[in-house]
Design a protein around this ligand. Structure first.
Ligand code: DGL
Length: 259
C-alpha cells in the first residue's frame, strides 16, 4: 500500500512518524511544500491552489490514500472538495474533543494553539460548538511559530519570549492542557512547558488521524515488515543533505514521543 502524506513543511513529519509505527509495512511519500510555507500567513484561495497541486502530484504517484498532515490546509479543504478526488483523503483538526474528554472533569481550562487561518476558520468554530458545551476552551493564534520551526529553532530564548508575549493576557495557572492545533507546534513542547507555571499536558491529533487512515485505507494483502519513505519538497525529490536534515527531525520526534 502506498500512502501520501503532506504538510506545508516539517510539521507533518510527526504524523508520518506515528503512521510508520502503526502501519509498518507501508510505503509512504512525504511531501513538504517548502516553497509556500507558512500556509498560516496565506489566503484561503492561495492555500487551496497549493493543495490542488499537491493532491494531483500524489495521485500521479499512484497513492492509495492521502493524509493532509496540516490543520491549516484541512481547514480550507472541505469534505466536498476532498470528495472530488479518486482516493480517500484524511484531514486533521485540532484534537479538541479528545482534550475535553480527558480534562474537562478537572475544572481547569484548555488552550488550543494553531495558525491564524485555523483559528479563524469555520471548521474549528463548528467543532467547538459540538464538543465544548461548557465553554472550557480558549483559542490562541501563534502566527510566528511555524517560521521558528522551519528554522529548526524549537527551544531558544527567542521562542520563549515570543510565547510569553503571545500569552501575556492569559491567566496561565488556569490551564491544564494545550491542544497542539498545528503539526509544527509538536516540536515546541519544552518551550511551552517553560512558559506555564504548572505542569501542562499536550494533546495532538496524530493518533486520531492515523486511526482514521487505517479505517479508510484498503487492507494491504501482503504487508512488508518495514515502512519505506520517499521525501519531496514542493514536487522535487529531496537532496541527500535535505534527507539527512529530515532524518534528524525524525530522531528528535523519536525522543519526544518516547518521553
Ligand atoms: N503544519 C500546519 C498546520 O498543521 C501549518 C503550517 C503553516 O502555517 O504552514 O496547521
Amino acid at each position: 500500500m502506498k500512502i501520501g502524506i503532506f504538510d506545508s513543511g516539517i510539521g507533518g513529519l510527526s504524523v508520518l512518524h506515528h503512521a510508520m509505527k502503526k502501519m509498518p509495512g507501508t510505503e509512504f511519500i512525504y511531501y513538504a511544500d517548502e516553497e509556500h510555507v507558512p500556509y498560516g500567513e496565506k489566503t484561503v484561495e492561495e492555500i487551496k491552489g497549493y493543495i490542488e497541486e499537491i493532491l494531483d502530484f500524489l495521485i500521479s504517484k499512484e497513492v492509495d490514500a492521502i493524509v493532509i498532515a496540516c490543520n491549516t490546509a484541512t481547514s480550507v479543504a472541505t469534505k466536498e472538495f476532498r470528495a472530488g478526488y479518486p482516493v480517500p483523503i484524511v484531514g486533521m483538526e485540532p484534537a479538541v474533543k479528545k482534550a475535553v474528554e480527558l480534562y474537562q472533569h478537572t475544572g481547569k481550562r484548555i488552550l488550543v494553539a494553531a495558525t491564524p487561518v485555523t483559528i479563524a476558520g469555520n471548521k474549528l468554530h463548528n467543532l467547538l460548538e459540538r464538543v465544548d458545551k461548557e465553554k472550557d476552551v480558549d483559542l490562541l493564534p501563534l502566527p510566528k511559530l511555524v517560521r521558528f520551526a522551519e528554522r529548526g529553532d524549537f527551544e531558544s530564548e527567542e521562542v520563549e519570549v515570543y510565547l510569553r508575549e503571545e500569552m501575556q493576557d492569559l491567566n496561565l495557572e488556569d490551564y491544564i492542557a494545550v491542544v497542539l492545533g498545528c503539526t509544527h507546534f509538536n516540536y515546541f513542547k519544552e518551550s511551552f512547558r517553560n512558559v506555564f507555571p504548572e505542569n501542562i499536558h499536550f494533546v495532538d491529533g496524530n493518533e486520531g488521524t492515523i486511526n482514521q487512515l487505517i479505517r479508510v485505507a484498503k487492507k494491504d494483502k501482503n504487508p512488508g515488515t518495514e515502512a519505506k519513505v520517499s521525501y519531496y519538497y514542493s514536487g522535487k525529490e529531496v537532496t541527500e543533505e535535505e534527507k539527512s536534515e529530515i532524518e534528524n527531525y525524525m530522531r528528535q520526534l523519536d525522543k519526544m514521543y518516547r518521553k
